[in-house]
Design a protein around this ligand. Structure first.
Ligand SMILES: Nc1ncnc2c1ncn2[C@@H]1O[C@H](COP(=O)(O)OP(=O)(O)O)[C@@H](O)[C@H]1O
Ligand SMILES: [Mg+2]
Length: 326
């Protein structure tokens, strides 16, 4: 008998202290995270970080070495059959039978799920329409573009209508317009499914994900909303002002929301880095204080206010080790 235990606060994926050793090589080191129901979570990390290994454990393709994981309330160790029923999986390589026609292939996969003829016909047409494949059901898979093949893979993952979808690098190898389509499709699916999407492309998570989990060097180094992580990037406002350096520094440092002002270069024209809660209002305030004091503002721009800067910093091998040790 199997029983589903709901994850804390409606989480569809709950991972606790999960590790994987390949022989004597540690690929995933005691990771813990949760994926709330109905969200799209980006599982972000450089190549080799351990994303696919984690996904294979969650989809029961491979047992963890230690730790716990539950999908839709089912334990990957004890209830692997139930986990497979509740999860749809698009593997990294998206293996498809290239000689089969799309409709034929989906019907075949539906048969493997134990669906009878009528439910198969109905379901194949539903997933095909969901994945914008209706007009390709008679196409031979091998003749399709990579973008269409990826949609077939996603339709396949959706056949048994699982609450949880796990997509491993779904946009790899697609051209820019195919990538846009794939992102649009994934965003649409999120209404009915909890989606975990692995990627090494940062822009991808900024565009489609509500939450991000960053994996680097086998460990989780950060998680949160893209906005939260972006705010950790410690963006700076770069100002170039003609005026007495120290007075300029003090005047800007006195503004509300400014933590500190760094002098990059003194002299008749000073260059400053302004650290703090940087908002458009802040830029206006800096401009205003400079002009009321009779100085002149030569340049004002925001630098490094990006998830990218944070990502590069946090996934740097040295930084990843430090974060893991903390
Ligand atoms: N079957 C395997 N046997 C041994 N090492 C593996 C195996 N699969 C992956 N690895 C290693 O585990 C690490 C993590 O790989 P993987 O999970 O595929 O990372 P990612 O998907 O983030 O690129 C890599 O160093 C990889 O070489
Ligand atoms: Mg991978």
């Amino acid at each position: 008998m199997t029983s589903a235990q709901a994850g804390p606060a409606g989480a569809d994926i709950v991972v606790e202290d999960l590790s994987k050793w390949y022989g004597n090589f540690l690929a995933v080191d005691r990771i813990s995270f949760e994926v709330p129901k109905g969200t799209i979570v980006g599982f972000l990390g450089p190549n080799g970080a351990g994303k696919t290994t984690t996904i294979r454990m969650l989809t029961c393709y491979m047992p963890p070495t230690s730790g716990r994981a539950r999908v839709a309330g089912y334990d990957v160790f004890r209830d692997s059959l139930q986990v497979r029923k509740h999860i749809g999986y698009l593997p990294e390589s998206n293996p498809l039978y290239t000689e089969m026609r799309v409709g034929e292939y989906l019907d075949f996969k539906a048969k493997l799920h134990g669906m009878d003829r009528d439910s198969r016909r109905k379901r194949v047409s539903e997933v095909a329409s969901r994945c914008w494949l209706t007009d390709r059901l008679r196409s031979v898979i091998g003749t399709l573009s990579k973008g269409y093949r990826q949609r077939v893979g996603i339709a396949d993952a959706l056949l048994h209508n699982p609450p949880v979808l796990v997509l491993d690098e779904p946009t790899v190898g697609l051209d820019p317009s195919q990538i846009r389509e794939a992102r649009r499709l994934i965003s649409e699916l999120a209404g009915d499914h909890t989606v975990m999407l692995s990627t090494h492309i940062l822009q991808e998570v900024e565009m489609v994900c509500q939450r991000v989990i960053i994996l680097a060097n086998k460990r989780i180094v950060a998680q949160g909303t893209p906005e939260e992580l972006k705010n950790r990037s410690g963006s700076v406002l770069r100002a170039e002002v003609r005026g007495p350096t120290e007075e300029v520094r003090a005047a800007i440092a006195a503004l509300e929301g400014v933590d500190r002002v760094e002098i990059l270069q003194g002299g008749p024209v000073g260059r400053f880095n302004v650290h703090g809660r940087l908002s458009p209002e802040m830029r206006e305030q800096v401009a205003a204080v400079v002009s009321t004091r009779g100085w002149s503002l030569r340049e004002l721009r925001t630098e490094g206010a990006s998830l990218e800067e944070y990502y590069v910093r946090i996934t740097d091998p040295g930084a990843a080790k430090a974060a893991a040790a903390a």
